[in-house]
Design a protein around this ligand. Structure first.
Ligand code: AP5
Length: 213
């Protein structure tokens, strides 16, 4: 089974995908996280992706499709996966539909998260991530015990390069132009469950659980 989480930047897809992964046992696949790892490791993929990511554009389809195919082929995806950040345009939808992988066994659930733009901006500008273990915080909604330090591993917290306000605007534009048609597509197929992302992580988590039943 494939579970697809859709929604604008900062809505909480990654947070909810991690929680759903613990509950369902399905691995979370975040194309954004994989790309950021590649940038950090300065791999050829990372070097090519960096400019697109820093300016809020989508990384070219062929690169992202390849990395998704490789990730879905790993044994932990045999029973399915939670896709956090893929597909993001209609070309990626078509690709996923044709992808031969045990995880893609014909059952697909699509959850679309909604939140006001003002709340999205607050979530994005306040997000901090641990350099070492990737744990996510928010300076207002989920602050670490000690400023700038990860509670879990003591690593340094940083602000993502694409969480600056001008890049956030560009990401929102890309979302409206490329990803909203994906939502319309799944809605037309009767697969879409819309979930409000307002409220605490736990409240949203309960809505997700209902939507996936
Ligand atoms: P990606 O990393 O996928 O970014 P995104 O879709 O813009 O989503 P975010 O990670 O910003 O937010 P989120 O919805 O996961 O929210 P989060 O849980 O972190 O992609 C980055 C870039 O990679 C793209 O711009 C593109 O260049 C490239 N890319 C990735 N996939 C691609 C693809 N398929 N094709 C082409 N290019 C691709 O939460 C945000 C904050 O809010 C956190 O601080 C969190 O703690 C807080 N928070 C979460 N839930 C709550 C709550 N309920 N209440 C209060 N605070 C909350």
């Amino acid at each position: 089974m494939l579970v697809i989480f859709l929604g604008p930047p900062g809505v909480g897809k990654g947070t909810q995908a991690k929680m759903a992964s613990v509950k369902t046992g399905l691995p979370q696949i975040s194309t954004g996280d994989i790309l950021r790892e590649a940038v950090k490791a300065r791999t050829p993929l990372g070097m090519e992706a960096k400019g697109y990511m820093d300016s809020g554009k989508l990384v070219p389809d062929d690169l992202v499709k390849k990395l998704l195919t490789e990730r879905l082929a790993r044994p932990d995806c045999a029973g399915g996966a939670i896709l956090d950040g893929f597909p993001r345009n209609i070309s990626q939808v078509r690709y996923l539909e044709g992808l031969r992988a045990p995880a893609n066994n014909g059952t697909t659930r699509v959850v679309s998260f909604e939140l006001t733009e003002a709340e999205l901006l607050k979530r994005l500008t306040g997000r901090r991530v641990c350099k070492k273990c990737g744990m996510m915080y928010h300076i207002m909604f989920n602050p670490p015990l000690n400023d700038g330090i990860c509670d879990t591993c003591g690593g340094e917290l940083y602000q993502r390069d694409d969480d600056k306000e001008d890049v956030i605007r560009a990401r929102m534009d890309v979302y409206r132009k490329d990803t909203e048609p994906v939502i319309a597509y799944y809605s037309g197929k009767g697969l879409l469950r819309t979930v409000s992302a307002a409220g605490t992580q736990e409240e949203v988590g309960r809505r997700v659980e209902e939507a996936l039943k």
